[in-house]
Design a protein around this ligand. Structure first.
Ligand SMILES: [Zn+2]
Length: 68
């Protein structure tokens, strides 16, 4: 473990399933040493939020939709 290919795979998997303790440890050991994987994590988190907003799961501005 510890290669970028493995870590990005785990970061992606973490959106869909629970990671094992060992998998989280591998991520936590790797991220501080690798800006590439940190950026990857940031990107997939943004994508995740955007997808939730688009699907209506996060309708934060629903109250502002009345016409006046
Ligand atoms: Zn990496």
């Amino acid at each position: 473990m510890g290669k970028c290919k493995d870590i990005t795979r785990l970061l992606s998997d973490a959106l869909d399933r629970s990671l094992s303790t060992g998998e989280w440890v591998a991520i936590r050991l790797h991220l501080p040493t690798c800006s590439g994987c940190r950026n990857y994590r940031k990107q997939i988190r943004l994508l995740r939020v955007a997808a939730q907003v688009a699907s209506g799961a996060a309708s934060v501005d629903g109250a502002a939709s009345r016409d006046e």
